[in-house]
Design a binder for this molecule. Sequence first.
Ligand SMILES: [Zn+2]
Length: 122
Amino acid sequence: MSNSTLFKPEMLTFHQCAKCGTLDAACINTCAKCLASEMNPVQIAGVGKLVSWTTVRKPPLRFKADGMYHVGVFDLDNGFRVTGRFLPEDGDQLGDRVIAVPTTITEPTGPITPTFRVQKNV
Ligand SMILES: [Zn+2]
């Protein structure tokens, strides 16, 4: 089995304007560039690098059952900067390559929160 199958990233949903092709990370109905009103969901591979991360020791009420957790900022290879959950391990450093992994965390008001971890070279 090759590494590419071992580390197949989760796909993240973006929205793309049907008229001008502008991509948006948010779930919106109107293109911010040309104001067209047809935005289609597209799947983008969740791969990029770790920009920053922190630990939430006192989670908000809706995540209280999770206990302490980690959130990160990630620069995807398609140029977008996204936030999500982070699963840190010893030795992880800023700038490390990250991939999105399967997650079940959902925000009360929105889509599934992406979860990332550093891509290890095995
Ligand atoms: Zn557009």
